[in-house]
Design a protein around this ligand. Structure first.
Ligand SMILES: Nc1ncnc2c1ncn2[C@@H]1O[C@H](COP(=O)(O)OP(=O)(O)OP(=O)(O)O)[C@@H](O)[C@H]1O
Length: 421
C-alpha cells in the first residue's frame, strides 16, 4: 500500500511512506463521516488522533481542497483549535486520514454519567476557551456551523474546537442551502429562515453547550424541528411581531406563533451566578442581531477573573522568556481559582450598576473562499451525532432529518399545526 504524506506546513512536498509510520492503538471515536483512531507515530513515538474520512477522495489536490482541511490550516495554530499535524492519502483506495493532536475526550463524554454538577468556574473556563476559538474563527472569516458537545475536545483543562467539516466562509452570501448544525444546538434563524444565518449561530450553540455543562442536560432537546422550535419557545417565549416579520421575509412559507411567554433561563440553572446567567441569556438571545458576539462575550463580566489571570500568565511568561512547562490554560485556571474569592469580595463591594455586560461588535475579516468538493464527493449534510454517543437524558440525542425534511416538512408542519405553539 502506498501512502502519500503531505506536511500541512510545506504543501509542495509529497512523499511516499509506508503504513508502518503509524501504529493503530485503538478506536476512540466515530462520526457519520469518519472514524477516529488513537495512533502512535513510530518515528517520534508520540500519540495522535487519526481521523479517516469514510468517503473516498479523488486526489491529493482534492484532499487539500476539503473544507475541513482548509479551515484547520487557516485557523492553526491557536490554543483552542484542534491542530492538524499532517495528511495521509492512500492513492489506491482514495482514503484520506487527518493526523491531529490527540485529546482526552469530548465535552459530551465529560458530562455524561456525572453525579455531581461541574463547578461554575470550570464551566466558565471551558466557555471562555470556546468563545476564544469562535472569536478566532469568526475574525478569520469562517464560522463553524456545528458547535456541539461532541465537537468540543478537552485535555488537561484545555479545550479545543474540532470537526470543521461543516464550516463556511462568512463572506459567502445567504441563503445557505446546505443542511447544517445538530438540531438541539440549532439557532432560531437556522430553524425559521431559508438559510439566512451567519456566525451568530455558533454563539447560540455555544450558549446551549454552556447550559449543558452547567446543568448536565441539554437545554432544548427537540424531537424534531417543530418540537425544537417549541422547546425554545417554552423557555424564551415566542418572538415578537417585528422579529417574526424579519424571519418571515426570508422564508418561502407562512408560519405564525401565537404570543407565548417562556419560563426564562434562570429557573433552569438556579445555582448559576448573576454574571453567568447574564452571559447565557445574551448568548441565547432569539434575534441574531441582538445576540452577543464571541468577541464581546470574551469581554463579559463573567470572565473577569479569567482575563485577569490570563494577563498574569502573559506577564509571567514574558518574565520567564516563554519557558514555562505548565500549559498556559492550566495556569490560567489555577490563578483564576486563587483569585476567585478575592473577586467575589470585590463584587460584593461594587455597586450593582458596575456589573454591566459590555457589548462590542466583532471585527470580521471577510473574503475567505469556501472550499468544497463537488457534490458527488462531499456529503450533503453533516449533522448527525457520532455512533459512540449514548443518551444521557431521558430523551435520545437527535438523529438528523434527511435534507429534504429541512426544506419541505418543517414549514408545512408549522402551517398545519399553529395551535401547537
Ligand atoms: N483529536 C482527537 N482526539 C481525541 N478524540 C477525537 C479527536 N478527534 C475526534 N475525536 C473523537 O471522535 C469523534 C468524532 O470526530 P468528528 O466529530 O471529528 O467526526 P465526524 O465524522 O466529523 O463527526 P460528525 O458526525 O459530528 O460530523 C469526536 O466526537 C471525538 O470523540
Amino acid at each position: 500500500m502506498s501512502l502519500e504524506r503531505e506536511s500541512t506546513r510545506s504543501e509542495s512536498k509529497t512523499r511516499v511512506l509506508t503504513h508502518k509510520d503509524y501504529r493503530v492503538i485503538e478506536k476512540i471515536g466515530a462520526g457519520t463521516f469518519s472514524e477516529v483512531m488513537k495512533v502512535k507515530n513510530m518515528k517520534d513515538g508520540k500519540h495522535y488522533a487519526c481521523k479517516t474520512i469514510k468517503q473516498s477522495v479523488g486526489s491529493v489536490d482534492q484532499a487539500h481542497g476539503l473544507r475541513e482541511v482548509q479551515a484547520m490550516k487557516r485557523l492553526s495554530p491557536h490554543p483552542n483549535i484542534l491542530q492538524l499535524h499532517e495528511l495521509i492519502y492512500d492513492k489506491d483506495t482514495g482514503t484520506l486520514s487527518l493526523i491531529c493532536e490527540l485529546m482526552d475526550m469530548n465535552i459530551y463524554e465529560f458530562i455524561k454519567g456525572r453525579q455531581h454538577p461541574v463547578s461554575e468556574s470550570k464551566a466558565k473556563h471551558f466557555l471562555f476557551q470556546l468563545c476564544r476559538s469562535l472569536d478566532h474563527m469568526h475574525s478569520r472569516g469562517i464560522f463553524h456551523r456545528d458547535v456541539k458537545p461532541e465537537n468540543i475536545l478537552i485535555k488537561n483543562e484545555v479545550l479545543k474546537l474540532a470537526d470543521f467539516g461543516s464550516c463556511r466562509s462568512i463572506s459567502s452570501r445567504p441563503p445557505h442551502t446546505e443542511y447544517i448544525s445538530t438540531r438541539w444546538y440549532r439557532a432560531p434563524e437556522c430553524l425559521l429562515t431559508d438559510g439566512h444565518y451567519s456566525q451568530k449561530m455558533d454563539v447560540w450553540s455555544a450558549g446551549c453547550v454552556f447550559f449543558e455543562i452547567l446543568s448536565l442536560s441539554p437545554l432544548f432537546p427537540g424531537r424534531n424541528e417543530l418540537d425544537q422550535v417549541n422547546k425554545i419557545h417554552e423557555v424564551l417565549g415566542s418572538p415578537d411581531g417585528t422579529l417574526l416579520q424579519k424571519f418571515k421575509q426570508s422564508r418561502a412559507m407562512r408560519f405564525d406563533f401565537p404570543p407565548r411567554k417562556g419560563c426564562g433561563i434562570p429557573p433552569l440553572v438556579p445555582h448559576c451566578s448573576p454574571a453567568g446567567l447574564s452571559l447565557l441569556e445574551q448568548m441565547l438571545t432569539y434575534d441574531p442581531e441582538q445576540r452577543i458576539s464571541a468577541r464581546a462575550a470574551l469581554q463579559h463580566t463573567c470572565f473577569r477573573e479569567l482575563r485577569v489571570a490570563e494577563r498574569r500568565v502573559g506577564l509571567r511568561r514574558k518574565g520567564e522568556g516563554e519557558s514555562s512547562n505548565t500549559p498556559a490554560s492550566d495556569q490560567l485556571w489555577r490563578l483564576a481559582r486563587q483569585g476567585r474569592r478575592q473577586v467575589r469580595q470585590q463584587l460584593k463591594l461594587e455597586p450593582l450598576s458596575r456589573r454591566h455586560c459590555p457589548l462590542e461588535l466583532p471585527k470580521l475579516n471577510l473574503g475567505v473562499p469556501a472550499h468544497t468538493l463537488p457534490a458527488h464527493t462531499l456529503p450533503a449534510h453533516r449533522g448527525s451525532l457520532p455512533a459512540i454517543s449514548k443518551c444521557h437524558s431521558r430523551l435520545n440525542r437527535p438523529k438528523e432529518e434527511p435534507h429534504h425534511l429541512k426544506s419541505f416538512c418543517m414549514p408545512r408542519a408549522l402551517e398545519r399545526h399553529p395551535q401547537d405553539y
